[in-house]
Design a protein around this ligand. Structure first.
Ligand code: PEP
Length: 240
């Protein structure tokens, strides 16, 4: 059985003081489930120091597809690895939509993370018009296949995040999530965990985590609220 994972995506939020309080609460409150927080680059040192020796891992939200060179403003996988960064989000829909990341670029970032020893969390998901046009499977398959073309995912992580559910308060029903997860599950090896993301909160987490092909969650807004995030982690812990 795959160990469940709950990953918090802080997006571009935080301050030294707010992070300190949030991390203290997470360390004290999260116990029986694998958990990671994916934080803005400047806070990696703070998070690395606070979480050293605890059961909480840390990650980044983006990386360069290049190993090094004249790429102003970019951060490589090797740099992340030096901090003990365990995970990195790749292909989040905000990166795809706001920064024009293509499937090919996402696949290159995925490969770079692998080479640098950082576990990628590959985000896939359809927009509302794509869902309404019955194209959900086609879209997530295309996004996943771009990465699979370069090799198996194995112990990497996939996050199914319907774009229409991210930050909107509108969550996929547990059945909608399960349907897509079951579809993705057929395309990856047994070791690959598939998380659900999109407006997961304490009051809907249990039903989503109860689905057989949901191996945990990628949590945005609710990961900034300590008690909400801890409650979500507890539901992941209870599953199975
Ligand atoms: C996300 O940013 O990956 C996410 C799922 O956000 P939210 O939980 O706020 O919808």
């Amino acid at each position: 059985m795959r160990a469940r994972l709950v990953a918090g995506n802080w997006k571009m939020h935080g301050s030294l003081a707010a992070n300190r309080a949030l991390l203290d609460a997470i360390v004290a409150g999260v116990q029986g489930v694998e958990c990671t927080v994916c934080v803005p680059f400047p806070y990696l040192t703070q998070v690395a120091e606070r979480l050293r020796g605890t059961r909480i891992a840390w990650g980044a939200q983006n990386l360069s597809e290049h190993a090094s060179g004249a790429y102003t403003g970019e951060v490589s996988a090797a740099m992340l690895g030096e901090f003990g960064c365990r995970y990195v989000l790749v292909g989040h829909s905000e990166r795809r939509q706001l920064y024009g990341e293509s499937d090919a670029q996402v696949a290159a970032k995925f490969a770079a993370a692998r080479t640098g020893g950082v576990t990628p969390i590959l985000c896939v998901g359809e927009t509302l018009p794509e869902r309404e046009a019955g194209r959900t499977q086609e879209v997530v398959a295309r996004q996943l296949d771009a990465v699979l073309a370069k090799g198996e995912l194995d112990d990497a992580v996939v996050a199914y995040e319907p774009v229409w559910a991210i930050g909107t308060g509108r969550t996929a029903t547990p059945q909608q999530a399960q349907e897509v997860h079951a579809f993705l599950r057929q395309r990856v090896t047994a070791a690959t965990r598939i998380l659900y993301g999109g407006s997961v909160k304490a009051d809907n987490a249990a039903a989503i985590f109860a689905q057989p092909d949901v191996d945990g969650g990628l949590i945005g807004g609710a990961s900034l609220k300590a008690q909400e995030f801890i409650a979500i982690c507890k539901f992941a812990e209870q599953k199975g």
